[in-house]
Design a protein. Sequence first.
Length: 109
Amino acid sequence: MIRMTLALTMMLGLLMGFWSPKDSTASETARSQLAAPTPVAMQQTQLASVNGRKVNLRAGPSRYYEIYYTLPRGALVEVLPSDAEDWMRLRDLATGQIGYMSADFVSMH
């Protein structure tokens, strides 16, 4: 237990730059990675809500696809990119499930 704690402390110190090993190359590499993080593109999420009383979330963009479950009026969803006409690809924010819903039953925010 003590060895594990010491090892974790040394690793944390190395990453934070408080402790430098005899091989300074590894330390410089670790510091440069910490000092210059790679920028991540900000993704805009488009939120919407279900405007029907009980609306089916389906496996595909048609009423012939399997129904995963129904969503109640007001349920929040994230709009995902899709090429389907009159159907929206959505992520249910409550469960993370991705599926399709008729655009007639979705209100954009």
